[in-house]
Structures are given as structure tokens and as C-alpha cells.
Design a protein around this ligand. Structure first.
Ligand code: AMP
Length: 319
């Protein structure tokens, strides 16, 4: 599979790299890293990384302007379904490669390199780079680490295997960069965001079955002076609360006239609930976009049922 991908990359003079809407560090870093790897190894090719940028991640790296292409290869990273690919029209491309770590949703019609056990799309790309022995540089190595460390929430999950640490170690040794600077780029945030975190902690409702949920309305977003994307991304900071097994933020996004629902779990699998509401994601980290807070509350009701079943099962198993 790795050889086949490399052969396909070699075949095309123009390559566009895309990823999912609602950019996050793994999506952004995987496309930037892959773009620069191809540019470094094949300087004669035209390679661009496209998608809607975000002010929050602008300092991580610059995306390219989307332009009309002819006989081009499309590589999509970190995205399992066509409807969530940002900015590109599939019909413009001669061939498509998908590189992803989400559970399979649909085929894009070309090569599909998917490892749904991987921590991140960046990890999948790192393995591809090790196998193909393509030349890298410290910036590429830093991007890949950044995406991986962000999606694994700093190695908190079971995807952090000995093999993953060996892979990271290989990149750090071969193409070193400053870890402290990398973490600053990822985690430095304005005081307003920390204050909003305080709001979430104070206002999170917790059910007897361990479901924590909070709505972040536009009034709250304005009061704290943050944007709705930053507010929605705070979900990852609420892991390891003893009384909470599944937690949800419901963030109003007036610009897109929708509610962004983000769901995380330390126990029950929750992606099927997100899928019921036309969302999706991983077993323990999923999301959906719904039109109203009332619709978002239906997700809360469904998750409560999932927790009740989960706890019954745990009792039966003697846990
Ligand atoms: P979020 O909570 O938005 O950070 O998303 C967590 C995970 O769920 C990510 O892997 C997303 O790709 C996925 N996800 C979020 N929203 C949607 C959606 N509307 N449709 C499909 N997958 C989603």
C-alpha cells in the first residue's frame, strides 16, 4: 500500500492536499507535513494544501490558495466521508488517495490508507514516511508530532502503544525540534479562554449516571470574548472528572446557524449516537452539528440511555 501511494504521487505533476471542515491540529498538520514532504522530495511538482483556515491555528503554518487544477491528484487526510472534505470538488481530480484514522465511512474511489487504531492521521503519515524513506526536515517532523500529540491528547489514550512511542522517538532523533516551543504553539491561549473553561466547569450539569453536559450559547461566547471554534475545542480539557464518564459541550455557532455538539467518553462507545444525528467520529470522541439546542438535548437523552445500559453491563460483568 505504501509503495502504491508513493508510485501514485510520483505519477502526478499537480497534487492538492485537503482535509476535513472545522480544522483541528491533526487535520492541518497532516496536510502541511505531507505537502512539504512531497515538495522536498519532488521539487518539480506543484503541491498545494487547501481548506478554510482558522485564526486560532494560523501560526502553525500557512495554507495555499485553492486554484483550478488539471489532471491532478487529490490526497485527503483525516476525513472518512466526502461531505466533510473542506473546499474541494472531487470531480476536478483524476485520482484520489485517502489517508485517515477514523472508522471507515465511505470509499473515495482510489487508494485508502486507513488505520482506525492509530492515534492520529499524522501517525499514519509517519508510518508511510518511515516505510518509503522519503527525506524530511525538522519542520515536517514538528508538524507530525504536533498533530499526533494533539489528537492523542498528549498520549492519554490506549492508542499510545509502545510502537507509537518508538515511532515518535525515531522522528525526534532523526529530525529534532524544540518540544517546549512545539507545546507553546499548541497550548498557549488567551486568558479569556481559561476563564471560559471556568464557566464550563461551574455550569456543567452532571446526571446520576455520569453524563456531564453544558451549553455554550452565543451570549456566553460574546461575554468571554472567544470564538465558537475555540469554545467547542475545550471539550478535551474535561477528561478525568471522577463523576463524569461521558461529557458533552453544545456550542452555538451563529455564523453557521447551528449547534456544534462535541462528545467525549471514558467508557461507553458513543459514535453511534453522533451518527444518528448525521455526525460521526471515533468510538470515544465524536461530534455532530444540529440545528437547535432542543435537537442537541435529544443527543443528551440518548447518551444518558447509553450510560444506563453501560452501567448495567458493567454491573453484570462485576466491574
Ligand atoms: P469535535 O468534537 O468536533 O472535535 O469532533 C470529534 C470527532 O468527531 C472528530 O474526529 C471529528 O472528525 C468527528 N466529527 C465531529 N463533527 C462531526 C460531524 N458533523 N460529522 C462527522 N464527524 C464529526
Amino acid at each position: 500500500m505504501y509503495r502504491k501511494i508513493l508510485k501514485t504521487i510520483k505519477k502526478y505533476d499537480t497534487i492538492v492536499i485537503a482535509r476535513h471542515i472545522g480544522v483541528d491540529p491533526d487535520a492541518l498538520c497532516s496536510q502541511l507535513a505531507l505537502r512539504d514532504v512531497i515538495r522536498l522530495n519532488f521539487p518539480e511538482k506543484k503541491v498545494i494544501a487547501v481548506g478554510t483556515g482558522s485564526q486560532k491555528f494560523a501560526h502553525i503554518g500557512k495554507l495555499d490558495k485553492l486554484e483550478k487544477v488539471h489532471d491532478a491528484l487529490l490526497i485527503v487526510t483525516d476525513t472518512p466521508d466526502k461531505k466533510r472534505v473542506d473546499s474541494v470538488d472531487f470531480s476536478q481530480f483524476s485520482y484520489v488517495i485517502k489517508i485517515d484514522h477514523h472508522p471507515f465511512v465511505e470509499s473515495f474511489g482510489g487508494i485508502e490508507l486507513i488505520d482506525d487504531q492509530a492515534s492520529s492521521a499524522c501517525e499514519v503519515i509517519m508510518k508511510f514516511l518511515v516505510h518509503t524513506k522519503l527525506l524530511l526536515n525538522p519542520q515536517i517532523s514538528e508538524w507530525l508530532y504536533m498533530g499526533l500529540v494533539s489528537d492523542s491528547n498528549r498520549f492519554l489514550f490506549d492508542s499510545s502503544t509502545p510502537e507509537l512511542f518508538a515511532l515518535v522517538s525515531y522522528f525526534l532523533q532523526k529530525y529534532p525540534f524544540s518540544l517546549s516551543q512545539c507545546y507553546q504553539k499548541l497550548y498557549l491561549r488567551p486568558l479569556n479562554e481559561v476563564r471560559l473553561e471556568g464557566y464550563i466547569a461551574l455550569n456543567m450539569k452532571v446526571t446520576d449516571h455520569g453524563l456531564g453536559y453544558v451549553s455554550i450559547t452565543n451570549d456566553v461566547i460574546l461575554e468571554y470574548g472567544v470564538d465558537s471554534a475555540s469554545a467547542g475545542n475545550m471539550i478535551n480539557n474535561f477528561n478525568f472528572i471522577k463523576e463524569v464518564l461521558v461529557w458533552v459541550t453544545m456550542t452555538e455557532d451563529v455564523k453557521n446557524n447551528q449547534i456544534r455538539v462535541s462528545i467525549r467518553s471514558r467508557g461507553p462507545v458513543i459514535n453511534h449516537v453522533a451518527e444518528k444525528y448525521h455526525g460521526g467520529g471515533h468510538k470515544f470522541a465524536s461530534g455532530a452539528r444540529v440545528p437547535t439546542m432542543d435537537e442537541a438535548m435529544k443527543i443528551i437523552d440518548d447518551l444518558e440511555k447509553v450510560l444506563i445500559d453501560y452501567q448495567k453491563e458493567e454491573m453484570t460483568n462485576g466491574n
